[in-house]
Design a binder for this molecule. Structure first.
Ligand code: NAD
Length: 317
């Protein structure tokens, strides 16, 4: 790309995930209030196995957000040694309780537990993570479904930022069941033309360079470099990578005082999968942190409210 083109380009718009998440949460809070007026309080059960510090942080912030919005929440903390059978019994209990609308099993689970069996044991109507094959199938066939929170957040930030998806060429890098695959399905449902790339895609740049909307969910810093981006593209960076090397932070964010200060305080900084330089070519992008990550909990709240309504026939199933 010539320098001329760079100069002619407008500054990239930052898509503020925190602000969009606040909007979604406020709307979910209003829905909760309306349900409460009908004597219904949406309820979320969170199952956290063992003592995984990182998962504990996520769980705390999920429960805190429930409290803010008036959603009932309950934390179940089976011991690390819990068996698959015991977990199945626990899930069956939650499936049967009317005041529980959503069941969230915090991943990862200990290796001796059969994660797939457990996720499939959650009633699809209470599967607020959208991981059950029934919900994946509903999503695939374009029927109302509880959709996985992170890709749902991506579509929501695009919609609320008035970024056209219809008729655009979208490339999704990453094909996990949690992010990449459902993101691709949702983009197709929104009438984009979609290519999914993954670790075995030869010549990744061949696809990413053509993308009007590029969604990257891999977990590798700087996987996407400026040469791999079409000028004016919309960049959605889902990756979460923790950098602990001061020199690396300075190389990636030269002269960025806020980054340097945050790094000094915490001893690490979080970056996505797209090189910071590549963002300058975009028409719009989600930053890391403060982009897609901020939306995931908001979408979980939204799903819990939707589950409460769906189960009571208050919205079309
Ligand atoms: P995953 O490990 O399940 O999947 C990674 C995908 O990347 C795989 O499909 C793999 O084929 C692909 N991949 C690996 N190396 C590649 C390469 N060199 N070129 C192209 N593709 C490659 O991960 P995941 O659960 O989908 O998460 C992906 C990233 O998104 C991680 O950094 C994770 O922390 C982050 N994440 C963020 C949120 C959020 O709320 N923002 C939620 C979930 C995951």
């Amino acid at each position: 790309m010539s320098d001329m083109t760079v100069q002619e380009m407008q500054a990239a718009r930052v898509l503020d995930g925190v602000a969009v998440a606040a909007e979604i949460k406020a709307e979910a809070g209003l829905e909760v209030a309306a349900l409460k007026a009908q004597g219904i309080q949406p309820g979320l059960a969170v199952v956290l196995v063992g003592d995984l510090a990182a998962s504990g942080i996520y769980v705390r912030s999920k429960r805190k957000t429930c409290a803010e919005l008036g959603i009932y929440s309950e934390l179940l903390t089976p011991d690390e040694s819990v068996t698959t059978e015991e977990m199945l019994a626990l899930i069956a209990g939650l499936n049967a309780r009317d005041e529980i609308d959503g069941i969230l099993i915090q991943l990862p689970l200990p290796r001796h537990v059969d994660t797939r069996r457990l996720l499939e044991a959650v009633l699809p109507e209470k599967d607020v993570d959208g991981f059950h094959p029934v919900n994946a199938g509903r999503l695939q066939t374009g029927r109302p479904a509880l959709a996985p929170c992170t890709p749902a957040g991506i579509l929501e930030i695009l919609r609320r930022s008035e970024i056209e998806v219809h008729g655009k060429y979208a490339v999704v890098v990453g094909r996990s069941n949690i992010v990449g695959k459902p993101a691709a399905v949702m983009l197709v449902n929104a009438s984009a033309t979609v290519t999914v790339c993954h670790r075995f895609t030869p010549d990744l740049a061949r696809y990413t360079r053509e993308a009007d909307i590029l969604v990257v969910a891999v977990g590798r810093p700087e996987l996407i470099t400026p040469e791999m981006v079409k000028p004016g593209a919309v960049l959605i960076d889902v990756g979460i990578n923790r950098i602990t090397d001061a020199a690396e932070v300075e190389r990636l964010f030269p002269g960025d005082a806020a980054r340097a200060e945050g790094f000094q305080k915490r001893g690490s900084t979080v970056v996505g999968d797209i090189a910071p330089e590549a963002f300058r070519l975009a028409s719009a992008y989600t930053p890391v942190p403060g982009g897609v990550g901020a939306l995931t909990i908001a979408m979980l709240m939204q799903n819990t409210v939707t589950a409460a309504k769906l189960r009571r026939g208050l919205v079309m199933g």
